[in-house]
Design a protein around this ligand. Structure first.
Ligand code: S3P
Length: 457
């Protein structure tokens, strides 16, 4: 049986239509983990000597980090499948000649602000329209306490934003900092600043966030300990001035990218797929737990550990989902996965309630309002609250888009990919205004969807 064409680009525009698909089948891999890729390049640049990285995500965000590190003196090259980084050693970064444009990448700018903060250099960071709206005060505040100086553009609502210049202090002053927001970027910025700071830099984390920085810093030989206090907060202590030794790193597939084919396979009738080699670190795998609670048939095969990270092949079969009340405390372990969860909720029978998600308003876009707007356009029953969405599905296909109405993605890759998946399970299809943001984290996204459809033919 031949199925209808699923992905159509309207000539002369960036708008792309996604229409109902036959079953998705086959085995795929997804690009390397974005968080681990950024950290691999940054820590390798601070080691003395040659590190080698395979599986690196070659998306725009990670390439922006690589370009920034090159501008500060690291040598970073690719040959065949391997990226080689010749690090300059902790403290060895050089003054770049020009401002550094980090495109759409919040992780790049926040981690690199930490890097510059304890070096005797001054760097100006710029970004695209989305990144230029995102709040930087959460990183500026602790790094200023360590002695770095910042000048930033103030937004109309009084937030410090890009363009921004950071002048590092060397030696910086070690500090103890209790995170006021659950943010792995803020935690990591402080720890990276601590690498070139004499004494012990301590981050207290009341709510556990992704722990790749801790695992990787230890792997590179930094003196880092993690304790838990009586309230359950994590106390992460790093002794500077660290000496990092070069590593060979294998980056696993990104669970945040695997989320899209996993949800697509759950939703499209008759689907049965395996996504190979995906990181399933518990600080990242919350979506899979929530989908299983909704009735999703998801199982983890060949569980193994690669470079200190748990990895598995994820087997997913089409399932009938039921709406649930998603506990707010699972949010940090799936913070990037709510857009695609909202699509699953739209197909589930009954109501899905989410809350505690005000952080979603300061991601690449305001993900609560963009998702609510897009879902409404597709005829889904959605209510937007200050800190979450309430979505009611009836277990059937989404009614579908109003004629010619494209869903606005606001330079947000995860909004684009979520509505692409939604298009496969609508009665009439969905048109996404601009799929180009997917290049930041998931090059080849549309080809991946086509390959899963083609293997059925
Ligand atoms: C990231 C942390 C998260 C996440 C982002 C990547 C990281 O941001 O949303 O995509 O690599 O540390 P926050 O620290 O703002 O929660």
């Amino acid at each position: 049986m031949t199925s209808k064409p699923k992905v159509q680009t309207t000539a002369g525009t960036k708008a792309t239509s996604f229409t109902p698909a036959g079953p998705l089948t086959g085995r795929i891999t997804v690009p390397g983990d974005k968080s681990i890729s950024h950290r691999s390049l940054i820590l390798s640049s601070l080691a003395v000597g040659k590190s080698q990285i395979t599986g690196l995500l070659e998306g725009e965000d990670v390439l922006a980090t690589a370009a920034a590190l090159r501008a500060m003196g690291a040598t970073i090259e690719k040959s065949d499948d391997t990226w080689t980084v010749h690090g300059v050693g902790v403290g060895g970064l050089m003054q770049p000649d020009t401002a550094i444009d980090l495109g759409n990448s919040g992780t790049s700018v926040r981690l690199l602000m930490g890097l510059v903060a304890s070096h005797d250099i001054s760097v100006t960071f710029t970004g695209d329209a989305s990144l230029s709206k995102r709040p930087m005060g959460r990183v500026i505040e602790p790094l200023s306490t360590m002695g770095a100086e910042f000048t930033a553009r103030m937004s109309s609502d009084g937030k410090a934003c890009l363009p921004l210049t950071v002048r590092g202090l060397c030696p910086a002053v070690p500090m103890e900092y209790r995170l006021p927001v659950a943010s792995a970027q803020v935690k990591s910025a402080i720890l990276i600043a601590g690498l070139n700071t004499p004494g012990v830099t301590r981050v207290i984390e009341p709510v556990l966030t992704r722990d790749h920085s801790e695992t990787m810093l230890k792997g590179f030989g930094a003196d880092l300990t993690v304790e838990t206090d009586k309230d359950g907060s994590r106390i992460i202590s790093l002794t500077g001035e660290a000496e990092l030794s070069p590593q060979k790193i294998k980056v696993p597939g990104d669970p945040s990218s695997a989320a899209f084919p996993v949800v697509a396979a759950l939703l499209v009738p008759g689907s049965d797929i395996v996504v190979e080699n995906v990181g399933i670190n518990p600080t990242r795998a919350g979506l899979f737990t929530v989908l299983q609670k909704m009735g999703g048939d998801i199982s983890f095969k060949k569980k193994r550990t690669v470079g200190g990270e748990p990895v598995a092949d994820i087997h997913v079969k089409h399932s009938k989902l039921t709406g649930i009340d998603v506990p707010a405390d699972i949010a940090p372990s799936m913070i990037d996965e709510f857009p695609i969860l909202f699509i699953a909720a739209a197909l589930a029978e009954g109501t899905t309630i989410t809350g505690g998600l005000s952080e979603l308003r300061v991601k690449e876009s305001d993900r609560l309002s963009q998702m609510a707007a897009g879902l409404s356009l597709l005829g889904v029953d959605v209510t937007e609250r200050e800190d979450g969405l309430i979505i009611t599905g009836n277990g059937e296909l989404i009614p579908g888009g109003k004629k010619n109405a494209a869903i606005e993605t606001a330079l947000d890759h995860r909004i684009a990919m979520s509505f692409a998946v939604a298009g496969l399970v609508t009665k009439k299809g969905a048109t996404v205004d601009d799929m180009s943001p997917t290049e930041t984290s998931f090059p080849g996204f549309a080809d991946m969807l086509t390959a899963l459809q083609d293997s059925t033919k």
